[in-house]
Design a protein around this ligand. Structure first.
Ligand SMILES: [Zn+2]
Ligand SMILES: [Zn+2]
Length: 209
């Protein structure tokens, strides 16, 4: 029979982890855990930053973030609302000793790269679609979907007499769309600045549908 050196409970009354009873061992573990966790979130899209990347604010992504905060423990998120995350924290190295822990979630609001660019009107390419109204609007919608799937976006769309000018945030993605659909185009390239000694061009693609 063992007795806990802190509370004098015996091994008949409680489970033991090492020399301490489960209550005292759990208390010692809880004292070392952070009570506040900082989460960086985008003020526009609400995504959170996990391992340096903005990802959707889902339960599994939040759990991954908490796991990195409470390393080397295993974390299971039980509930996350109103700025408090309740979780089960398990120490695999100590016979799977497990406690429940509440942490205040402190949200730091910022802008993700995509939204910072959106707000500043950023664009790298202009896709000028001309032709039959139905064809132009179907192609514009397809381009928008393609850009979104490739982590790019449309900054603005200008209505023109025989079509639209679409300002796209990423010229690689815009060009991949055009060549993927085998669209013939007339290209022009406008110098708009320099970054680390490299000339930056804005590309314009004129396409007749
Ligand atoms: Zn004890
Ligand atoms: Zn965002």
């Amino acid at each position: 029979m063992k007795h806990c050196p802190i509370c004098n409970r015996s091994s008949d009354e409680a489970r033991f982890y090492g020399e301490f009873c489960e209550f005292c061992a759990g208390k010692k573990m809880r004292e070392k855990l952070a009570r506040e966790v900082e989460v960086t979130a985008c003020r526009d899209c609400g995504r959170i930053k996990v391992a340096g990347v903005f990802v959707p604010n889902s339960e599994s992504n939040m759990q991954q973030l908490l796991s990195s905060v409470y390393k080397p423990y295993r974390v299971r998120l039980i509930h996350n609302a109103n700025g408090i995350a309740r979780m089960q924290i398990t120490d695999e190295r100590r016979d799977g000793m497990s406690i429940e822990h509440n942490a205040h979630i402190k949200t730091l609001r910022t802008l993700c790269d995509t939204d910072a660019k959106k707000r500043s009107g950023y664009y790298e390419a202009v896709v000028q679609l001309r032709g039959d109204e139905g064809k132009v609007s179907r192609m514009a919608a397809a381009l928008e979907r393609y850009l979104e799937r490739n982590d790019a976006f449309i900054t603005k769309i200008e209505q023109k007499e025989h079509g639209v000018d679409i300002y796209a945030s990423n010229k690689k993605a815009a060009f991949a769309f055009i060549s993927g659909r085998h669209l013939g185009f007339k290209g022009s390239y406008e110098l708009h600045g320099e970054k680390r000694g490299k000339r930056l061009y804005r590309n314009t693609y004129f396409i007749t549908l």
